[in-house]
Ligand binder design. Structure first.
Ligand SMILES: *Cc1c(COP(=O)(O)O)cnc(C)c1O
Length: 394
């Protein structure tokens, strides 16, 4: 019989029934240290008391109305995001891919309103991931994601990682925007060097095109700044957010300057659920906690400790690992053995990690994990590495 859940995922044989902070409990009672956090979604871990309180309080009052009416919870979160970032305005979505859709539409509409309707081109990068909608798969352009799904949405090109000449060649008089993750997530935790982000900003200014950052994975405190681009001191015109912003509730957003958002007038875009009271009540609480300077300082301190431990792990298991990379608590372990072997050995050792491209294992733990949990994660990763070495030797 065909599975009742569409089989688009190769799922691990794990069924989690409860989450407590940085821990997941399996149906059979085993406890796993969650260094994946639902792929950077559970920014504050599982069952955070303040988020439970925000959710249950709102759940008792009002879940959903419609964007036909004012939504104070949405207004509150938008105000906080605008205060804390480059942006003047925010549209709420339910996912990263929806944020990608709007970012692309917004960039094209910007030039349409400026009397340049032919400027529709979006220049993106190889190894990128922007979601699974037609615009998002066309932007990433990977064979695996686009094959079989009919004509590709036109107007997208991909430049190879670090190919400066290719980038300049890709920008033409029909280019509307450059779209980039400041730290590639699915692509294998590849941070874009600060000077390259600066160079992209300069190039966009020089050519009069828009710069779109996809901070769906690297944003919301993940790198130790509220948004990753702050490390480079450059600002985008449009930014996609999702994953961590809802702390586990489906929530995303597109942030933009007033200028870049200029074409998005009443009736040009919408969403039934986007920014509903329930999601925004939780998102506002996540934002209050994550955007606090002390919280971000703590993320950086934890990131230092974890990074140091991982450098040691890599050095003592040179047949398993090749190196560590990333920013803050967005860390990639480049593997010598197959990355899935490391992830699977982690399951046996009671630690959850997430595979990425380029044979990398990702660590995206809750941003508030404790120092003891960092030590525990390191010892469980150590046990995974030893198990792999033992298997290789026998
Ligand atoms: C996960 C991700 C997306 C897509 O988000 P969904 O919520 O799965 O649609 C887009 N961009 C980046 C960088 C991501 O990591």
């Amino acid at each position: 019989m065909f599975p009742s859940v569409l089989p688009t995922y190769n799922r691990a044989p794990l069924t989690f029934v409860k989450g407590e902070g940085s821990w997941l409990v399996e149906a059979d009672g085993r406890r796993f240290l969650d260094m994946g956090a639902g792929i950077a979604v559970n920014a504050l871990g599982h069952a955070h008391p303040a988020l439970i309180a925000a959710l249950t309080e709102q759940a008792g009052k009002l879940w959903h109305t419609s964007n036909l009416y004012n939504i104070p919870q949405q207004q509150a979160l938008a105000d906080k995001l605008v205060d804390a970032t480059f942006a003047d305005t925010v549209f709420f979505t339910n996912s990263g891919t929806e944020s990608c859709e709007l970012a692309v539409k917004m960039a094209r509409k910007y030039f349409y309103e400026k009397g340049q309707p032919d400027r529709i081109g979006i220049v993106a990068f190889e190894g990128a991931f922007h979601g699974r909608s037609h615009a998002a798969i066309a932007a990433a352009g990977s064979e695996k994601m686009v094959k079989g799904f009919g004509p590709l949405l036109p107007g997208f090109t991909q430049v190879a990682w670090g190919d400066h000449d290719g980038l300049h060649a890709a920008i033409t008089d029909t280019t509307a925007a450059i779209l980039i993750e400041p730290v590639q997530g699915e692509g294998g935790i590849r941070p874009v060097p600060d000077q390259c982000l600066k160079g992209l900003r300069d190039l966009c200014d020089e050519k009069g095109i828009l710069l779109i950052f996809d901070e769906v994975q690297c944003g919301m405190g993940r790198t130790g700044k509220l948004f990753a681009h702050e490390w480079a001191g450059v600002e985008p015109d449009i930014m996609m957010v999702a994953k961590g912003i809802g702390g586990g509730v489906p929530l995303g957003a597109v942030l933009a300057t007033q200028d870049a958002a200029g074409g998005m007038t009443a009736g040009t875009h919408g969403s039934t659920y986007g920014g509903n009271p329930l999601a925004c009540a939780v998102g506002t609480k996540v934002m209050d906690i994550v955007a606090a300077p002390d919280f971000l300082n703590a993320v950086n301190a934890k990131a230092c400790k974890l990074r140091q431990g991982l450098e040691g792990l890599v050095a003592s298991h040179p047949d398993v690992f090749e190196g560590v990379r990333g920013v803050g608590l967005m860390i990639g372990l480049k593997c010598k053995v197959a990355n899935m072997d490391v992830v699977t050995a982690g399951y046996d050792a009671g630690v959850i990690t997430v595979p990425a491209a380029d044979n990398v294992v990702r660590l995206l733990p809750p941003l508030n994990l404790s120092d003891e949990e960092i030590s525990e994660a390191l010892s469980r990763l150590q046990a995974s590495a030893v198990a792999i070495e033992t298997a290789i030797a026998s």
